[in-house]
Design a protein around this ligand. Structure first.
Ligand code: NAD
Length: 255
C-alpha cells in the first residue's frame, strides 16, 4: 500500500522544509527522487542524505521562474529515465503585507515563482505524461488559497491562483490519465516559518500567536504534509483529481 516502486518523482523546492520531507517520504516509498531547488547547496545536501540512507536520488538545479531552466531540467529527466511519473510543484515564496504595502513588482515576483513557475515546469513534462497517458501532478497551494489571510495579500492571490490552475487542468485532462491535485497546508514549522519566528522579540509567543489560528493550537510538521503528497502520488488515489486537500490542524473547520 502507498508504494512508489518503479516510479520517479521530481519535487521543486525540495532543498528545504515541506519539499525536503516529500523527497524523503517518496524515497522511502521506493521512488527514484529528483531533488530540485534554486539553491544548489541545500538541494545537494538533501540528495546526499537520501543516497546515504540507501535511496535512489539525483539533484537538479532548477529555478521555476526561469523557463529555460525548467526546459533543461525536464530534458535531463526525460533523457535519463524516459518518463516522469510524479511532479510535485512545491517551490514557493512568501511575502508579508496588505494591498497598500504591495507594489506591482512584488506581485510580479510572487506570480513568477508561485504561479507561472508551476506552469513552466508542467509545460515541459506534460507532453511526455500525455503520451504515456499517465501522471500525477501535485501543486502546493496553501490555506491562503482557500480563505483570506491578513497581511498576506500577494501570497493569497497567488495561492488562490494555484487552486484555480489545479481545478482547471484537472477538468481539461480528466480523461487523459493525468491527475492534478493540490495540497493546502495551514502553518507548518519549516525553515521559512522558523526564520520569521526568530525575527520577533519573543519567538515562543509569536509561535503561539501564529498557531492560534489552527484549532489544534500547533503548527504542522513537514512530514504531515508529505504523507498527503504520498497518497496523491500513488495509485491508491487513482479516482482523485481536481481536489484541494486541506491539512491545517482545523484552521478551516470553523469557517
Ligand atoms: N510553511 C508553511 O507554513 C506553508 C503553509 C502553506 C503552504 N506552504 C507552501 O509550501 C511550499 C514550501 O514551503 P516551505 O515552508 O517548505 O518553504 P522553505 O522556504 O522551507 O522551502 C522552499 C524551497 O523552495 C526553494 N525555492 C524558492 N524559490 C525557488 C525557485 N524560484 N525555484 C526553485 N526553488 C525555489 C527554496 O530555495 C527552498 O529550498 C511553498 O509553496 C509554500 O507556499 C508553506
Amino acid at each position: 500500500m502507498f508504494r512508489l516502486d518503479n516510479k520517479n518523482a521530481l519535487i521543486t523546492g525540495s532543498g528545504s522544509g515541506i519539499g525536503a520531507a516529500i523527497a524523503e517520504v517518496f524515497a522511502m516509498a521506493g521512488a527514484k527522487v529528483y531533488v530540485s531547488d534554486i539553491n544548489p547547496e541545500a538541494g545537494m545536501a538533501i540528495r546526499e542524505q537520501l543516497v546515504r540512507s540507501g535511496h535512489s536520488a539525483e539533484f537538479l538545479q532548477l529555478d521555476v521562474a526561469d523557463p529555460e531552466s525548467c526546459r533543461t531540467a525536464s530534458e535531463k529527466v526525460l533523457d535519463s529515465d524516459g518518463k516522469l511519473d510524479i511532479l510535485v510543484n512545491n517551490a514557493g515564496i512568501g511575502a508579508v503585507g496588505n494591498m497598500e504595502q504591495t507594489q506591482t513588482e512584488d506581485l510580479d515576483r510572487m506570480f513568477n515563482v508561485n504561479v507561472k513557475g508551476m506552469y513552466h515546469v508542467i509545460r515541459f513534462f506534460f507532453e511526455s505524461m500525455k503520451d504515456r497517458k499517465k501522471g500525477s501532478i501535485i501543486n502546493m497551494a496553501s490555506i491562503g488559497g482557500i480563505v483570506g489571510v491578513r497581511d498576506r495579500f500577494a501570497y493569497c492571490i497567488s495561492k488562490f491562483a494555484v487552486v484555480g490552475l489545479t481545478k482547471s487542468m484537472a477538468l481539461d485532462y480528466a480523461e487523459s490519465g493525468i491527475r492534478v491535485n493540490c495540497i493546502c497546508p495551514g502553518r507548518v514549522e519549516t525553515p521559512w516559518v522558523k526564520k520569521r519566528l526568530s525575527e520577533y522579540p519573543d519567538p515562543e509567543e509569536a509561535y503561539r500567536q501564529m498557531a492560534s489560528t489552527q484549532a489544534m493550537k500547533r503548527m504542522g510538521r513537514p512530514v504531515e504534509i508529505a504523507h498527503a503528497a504520498l497518497y496523491l502520488a500513488c495509485d491508491e488515489s487513482s479516482f482523485m483529481t481536481g481536489e484541494t486537500m486541506v491539512i491545517d490542524g482545523g484552521w478551516n473547520a470553523g469557517k
